[in-house]
Design a protein around this ligand. Structure first.
Ligand code: FES
Length: 511
């Protein structure tokens, strides 16, 4: 077993393979106030693809990113380009009817071809390759679900079959197989697409956090740290819509973290991309690299801010990988976060009634390569005033009591009781108990205090009350961050925001 310099005995380098094998961009910060046609907030797959499509349609676009483009969630994906989203179609037909299930199927199948056509048209060297995708049953009980998924998907015209055997050496009980799906290196693809944005009135600004959006009378103003951007329309592709008050998105989605290992095995990885039907997820794909072939094993999801010793998830994932393959080495480990809506379908479209010029794209449920590309197509059509056939299933203003009311209520009662009061982050112990590499909530001088002791023994102390809506953040031991369980805001050890919806840092304690 090889362990690299990862924190506190975790295997391999603590870095996304995609990020390590591409160069960080260096676009300037917003220099001050400006006017543009459309403002796109967020430099992941949804934001960059939207900006490219709008620019091709003749708009002047300003893309604004709080950090560096393609370094957020898109930089940590497993990058499967597929319309097979574990098990979804049987459920969609049941909940939404076959008409809207068809929209979801068509939008995601079309997204595969949109990506393929960009790769072809711009000759993007991004390891794009067609592969089948599988969702397999790990237990006998799931076999019927997988069969039903194959039937449901086929009824929607998707390239689905049920197969008895998998080329993976895991014990399985059949799988649904989608032919002609794809995978790629997501950052090589996105950075190339992003290079098409600057020029002819369009531009990218990085290291510029948006703080507020105001709209009315056909004009939108985005207030950022560095100036105000005025435009006809704003696209919130920030993963979570930080400007959410009109839509109450904070109550309609939950944040979920998951984990990825990059491992080496001594045999060629089989042809395909794989994921199980059960929880927790076990996801597989391979990626060519200088060392030959890296195998990406992912999954072990949980709600953000829960299961506080997050290192355990990496260890469980490694144990699972070793139960399937004799793993020669673990070269990388990284984690990611995504949002899941109450009914499992993303929100794509106008933010809320009365806010028709502000668009959102969020809640991709870990299938962001196709849902993010579909979002770009839908929102571009909306801004251009063109009809789009997939808008209904994704409409953010849908509310289907049968589909989402129960989860909506349960979720909000949980949020109110567990997190705002900080039940899962009750203070325990005193400063002397906090070991190097450990983070804890303590009561210091009568105040709830988030304390982290680094490897050099220095103490970092913050007020752990999340600056978004006041839940109590929990320490994430694997990533060394404060994570809010309510809506997924994340802060570094000193309280600096690294992931919204929060836009303000945690307050320091004792400083
Ligand atoms: Fe909303 Fe923390 S992210 S309260």
């Amino acid at each position: 077993m090889e362990y690299g310099p990862g924190a506190y005995g975790l295997p391999g380098r603590h870095e996304s393979f995609w990020m390590e094998t591409t160069t960080k961009t260096s676009h300037p910060p917003l220099p001050g106030d400006l006017e543009t046609d459309v403002t796109v907030l967020g430099g992941g797959i949804a934001g960059i693809t939207t900006a490219v499509l709008l620019k091709r349609a003749g708009y002047a676009v300003t893309l604004i990113e709080a950090d560096r483009i393609a370094r957020g969630v898109t930089g940590r994906t497993t990058a499967k380009i597929t319309s097979l989203h574990r098990l979804i179609y049987a459920e969609l037909i049941d909940r939404f009817g076959s008409g809207q299930a068809q929209q979801y199927a068509d939008a995601n199948q079309a997204a595969i071809e949109t990506i393929a056509s960009f790769v072809r048209e711009y000759d993007i060297p991004c390891d794009f390759v067609r592969k089948p995708a599988y969702t397999y049953a790990e237990s006998e009980e799931s076999r019927d679900l997988v069969m039903a998924e194959a039937d449901a998907a086929r009824s929607l015209g998707l390239p689905a079959t049920f197969v008895e055997d998998l080329p993976l050496p895991a014990r399985t009980y059949g799988a649904v197989r989608f032919a002609d799906q794809a995978q790629f290196h997501p950052l090589k693809y996105l950075l190339h697409l992003a290079s098409l944005i600057p020029g002819d009135g369009s531009q990218i600004f990085e290291k510029t956090r948006a703080l507020e959006v105001q709209d009315g009378g056909g004009r939108c103003a985005v207030r950022t740290e560095n100036g105000i951007v005025m435009s006809r329309a704003v696209v919130l592709a920030t993963h979570y819509p930080f400007y959410d008050s009109p839509g109450f998105y904070f109550a309609r989605m939950e944040p979920s973290r998951s984990y990825v290992l990059g491992v080496r095995i001594d045999e060629p990885f089989p042809e395909g991309m794989f994921i199980n039907a059960e929880s927790p997820a076990h996801s597989w794909r391979s990626q060519p690299d200088e060392g030959g072939e890296l195998v990406l094993v992912g999954g072990m999801e949980h709600r953000s801010g829960e299961n506080v010793d997050t290192r355990e998830h990496y260890r469980n994932l490694e144990a699972y990988a070793r139960s399937v393959y004799p793993v020669r080495s673990v070269d990388y480990h990284w984690s990611t976060q995504d949002y899941i809506t109450n009914d499992g379908v993303p929100y794509i479209g106008p933010l809320a009634d009365g806010h028709e010029n502000v668009y959102i794209a969020t809640g991709f449920r870990k299938w962001g390569m196709t849902n993010g590309t579909a979002a770009a197509t839908i929102i571009t059509d909306m801004i251009r005033g063109r009809a789009n056939p997939w808008t209904e299933v994704y409409a953010p203003n849908r509310f289907k009591p049968a589909a989402s009311a129960r989860r909506f209520l349960v979720h909000n009662i949980e949020v109110a009781e567990k997190y705002i009061g900080g039940v899962i982050s009750r203070p325990a112990g005193d400063l002397g108990d906090v070991q190097p590499g450990e983070g804890k909530i303590l009561m210091i001088e009568g105040e709830k205090t988030g304390v982290f002791r680094d490897r050099e023994g220095r103490v970092h102390a913050v007020n752990p009350t999340c600056t978004h809506l006041g839940c109590v953040a929990a320490w994430n031991s694997a990533e060394e961050t404060w994570d809010c369980p309510c809506h997924g805001s994340r802060y570094d050890a000193d309280g600096k925001v690294i992931h919204g919806p929060a836009v303000k840092d945690l307050k320091p304690r004792g400083g």
